[in-house]
Design a protein around this ligand. Structure first.
Ligand code: APR
Length: 415
């Protein structure tokens, strides 16, 4: 994009942090900073309505619930219902219940649709006087390695604005401008394509009693709640399949067969997408005063529900680091941000990869061959019969504590 002549820009405003993107990552950063009394401005390119309606993740893991709790924000930002602590694996029609309660203290995971979290984070931040600007176009980042970066953008009415700041939080997802603003060669991308496609369907149909994963020779399927009257379903499909290949009757037939539930109640389908399962990690998650948070830094395959939870974890570490820097001139958190986040990111990548391979290979002896099918079935058998294996699984579902809690370590809470 061509540089604008400086005189066209309004004289820069000033703040401590400019947050790019108002998804779960950006809004969490903004709420935690605001809670710490640190100024920030959030710039989002879409409208408030668009952001509030975007449906994706559905579970806030136990550790993330406790993170919001430790900031005193859980009641304000979390909706949905507490998880009852069990998941169902249905293998060739046979049901196995597995606990996702790791036995640690504190509230359990919450079945909280992403749009509910996003709406509550938005409302809480604005009610608290937060500065959130929608429809911010043509955002560009400048002087990221200097002391005082500048963020430029264009408002909906065409005014050119500039904001000088101490830090930029790049929370604008995998296709945003934050990561794209880092010069070539600074970040290393570690990418993996699982060679698996998923059809995802959202429908106004009764949710299951608990999250349900189904394995069968017909292919993987899953059924999750998205509120009291809505469900999200997943169906394994060829990696480059098109949603048009899945008219309603085919969707419901496949679900009934794969979930081994001939009486499954259908409902109006409100959204239907196909995508390839992929994983991606960028290292480091920082360039100068730009810190990448959430999907801007990493994509995790959706199995295991870790994408949104990793974003919440990054947001917590970033907000603590900025608070320590601003309040106490302690730069440790900023210096170790990338390393601490990436430790958790790789842990969750491993878990999602393990679960993805296990639940696809166990049903599919054509995709990976009967040998991998046998291995995957053995892993499931171990999960269903060994208390130690199921405990390890629950610990990963809850969100392994790979990073010592800074508040617990130094005797201060996050607030
Ligand atoms: N300028 C401003 N905003 C932008 C730009 C841009 N150039 N590009 C993207 N955005 C906004 C998007 O409109 C979106 O609101 O950034 C936000 C990014 O949000 P997400 O893609 O949801 O990413 P993140 O907040 O990291 O979410 C983490 O939650 O369910 C999920 O799949 C999601 O795993 C992901 C997780």
């Amino acid at each position: 994009m061509a540089e604008q002549a400086p005189e066209l820009w309004e004289s820069p405003e000033s703040t401590t942090v400019v947050v790019i993107g108002a998804g779960p990552a950006g809004l969490t950063v903004a709420n935690l900073l605001r809670h710490s009394g640190i100024d920030c401005v959030v710039l989002e390119r879409r409208t408030r309505e668009h952001v509030a309606q975007r449906q994706r993740a559905g579970i806030v893991e136990a550790r993330a619930v406790r993170m919001f709790d430790s900031w005193g924000l859980a009641d304000q930002v979390l909706g949905g219902v507490p998880s009852d602590g069990t998941l169902e694996f249905r293998v060739d029609g046979e049901s196995h219940l597995v606990s996702d309660d790791d036995g640690s203290e504190g509230p359990p995971a919450r079945l909280c649709p992403q749009q509910v979290l996003v709406q509550k984070l938005t409302a809480g931040y604005l009610a608290d006087g937060g500065d959130l600007r929608f429809e911010a176009a043509d955002i560009s980042l400048h002087d990221l390695t200097g002391d005082r970066p500048t963020v430029r953008y264009r408002t909906a009415d065409g005014t050119l604005r500039a904001i000088a700041c101490a830090f930029v939080a790049g929370c604008d997802g995998d296709r945003g401008i934050s990561r794209a603003s880092v010069p070539d060669g600074v970040l290393t991308a570690h990418a993996f394509d699982h060679g698996i496609g998923w059809l995802t369907v959202l429908a106004d149909a009764p949710p299951p009693a608990r999250p349900l994963f189904a394995v069968s020779p017909h292919g993987f399927a899953a059924h999750f709640a998205r509120g009291p009257h809505a469900s999200r379903y997943y169906l394994q499909c060829p990696p480059d399949d098109h949603p048009g290949a899945w008219p309603d009757p085919r969707v419901w037939d496949a679900l009934r067969t794969r979930l081994a539930d001939p009486a499954l109640t259908p409902g109006p389908i409100t959204d239907r997408e196909t995508f390839r399962l992929r994983s991606l990690v960028h290292d480091p998650m920082q360039y100068g005063r730009l810190f990448l948070v959430g999907d801007a830094a990493h994509i995790v395959s959706p199995m295991g529900g870790k994408g949104m939870n990793l974003a919440l974890h990054d947001a917590d570490l970033f907000a603590r680091a900025v608070r320590d820097s601003v309040r106490d001139h302690d730069e440790t958190g900023l210096r170790t941000y990338s390393q601490c986040c990436l430790r958790r990111v790789w842990n969750d990548q491993e878990f999602s990869h393990w679960l993805t391979r296990t639940l696809h290979d166990a049903g599919d002896d054509t995709h990976s061959g009967p040998f991998h099918r046998g291995l995957a079935r053995a892993r499931l058998d171990r999960l269903f019969t060994s208390p130690t294996a199921s405990r390890a699984f629950a610990e990963l579902m809850a969100g392994l504590d790979t990073v010592p809690n800074a508040g617990a370590q130094d005797g201060r809470g996050p607030g």
